[in-house]
Design a protein around this ligand. Sequence first.
Ligand code: SOE
Length: 379
Amino acid sequence: MAKKPLNIGMVGYGFMGRTHSNAFSQVGHFFNVPFRPVLKATCARNADRAKAFAEQWGYESIETDWRKLVERKDIDVIDIASPNDTHFEIAIAAAKAGKMVMCEKPLGRSATESRQMVEAVEKAKVPNMVWYNYRRVPAVTLAKQLIDEGKLGKIFHYRAKFLQDWTISKDLPQGGQGLWRLDASVAGSGVTGDLLAHCIDTAMWLNGGITKVSGMTETFIKERHHNITGKTEPVRIDDASLFLARFANGSLASFEATRYARGHKALYTFEINGENASIFWDLHDLHRLQYFDHRDEGRTRGWRSVHITDGDHPYMDKWWVPGLQIGYEHTFIHQVADFLGAVGGGKPAAPTFREALATDLVTDAVLKSAKTGQWESAN
Ligand code: SOE
């Protein structure tokens, strides 16, 4: 039977516009989902860029004003893959227009924005989801299964970091395409909202809520040329952000994100230590889960490096044959598959806007704590 089409209206054409478009295009080839995503329209302020993107990815039409896209009767889902300062207005308008809303992370530039976005989608009762894609790495999903099955026992420690090095040069400008992440008025914050948000989303999914935090941030380069104003402007984002945290389950945590770790491009790692077992995962080796189980026979006990490519690993029965790994782009395909499945089943599609608000409450608390020098409540 032909599947019901689900018409996608995409806002944004950058890195995330590509990962999402690829996911919508691929999902039906591999997953038995209840809808057939149709790349109906893409939207960008610049018509030439919108046209080029539409041609490359197979969108049927373009818009240059997101308001027009949101008003269109032939659009079912508004997908927001544009810079952070656009999320708030578009998501609220889309919810009011009765559209399903998918939004890139972080949800808002602050929890104040995110809270209103949550209210809008919940009031409109529209399906909503935030693209925290790392939950959908099969190895990370397996970690979730192992924790939920109680394999680790009581959890004592959670340790995460996300290290990059692409902003070390003082000659790198701020603002504009690709570099809006350095402009606080667009991004909201620096690595706290961009990178720590991923670590926090994964952490709370795996280990429950975070109650309080003590943070420290630094902006190493204080002024940069601004591509939009043409002037040298103060840099107001955090270049590095570290925090200690307590989880509701009593475990202690440390988190670190920076764009100043020379040699690291996107080193996202986490380690969880429980009374029976420990888990370690590394984005640069994303198809492996390191697992240590103290209950193993002593003489051969040790860290196992499990290659997450077998049919009984999460999502992997949908891909190739055992031993053949998948990559970064697949996490977005999994996210669409889960979204479509949830919508088809009338269930919330995780992480919902409400779950993403919880992450923004933690990032806000980290930034606040960095200013006050005090422990701050994170919920
Ligand atoms: C920043 O460089 C960035 O692209 C983030 O914005 C993404 O969310 C992260 O997954 C990779 O790094």
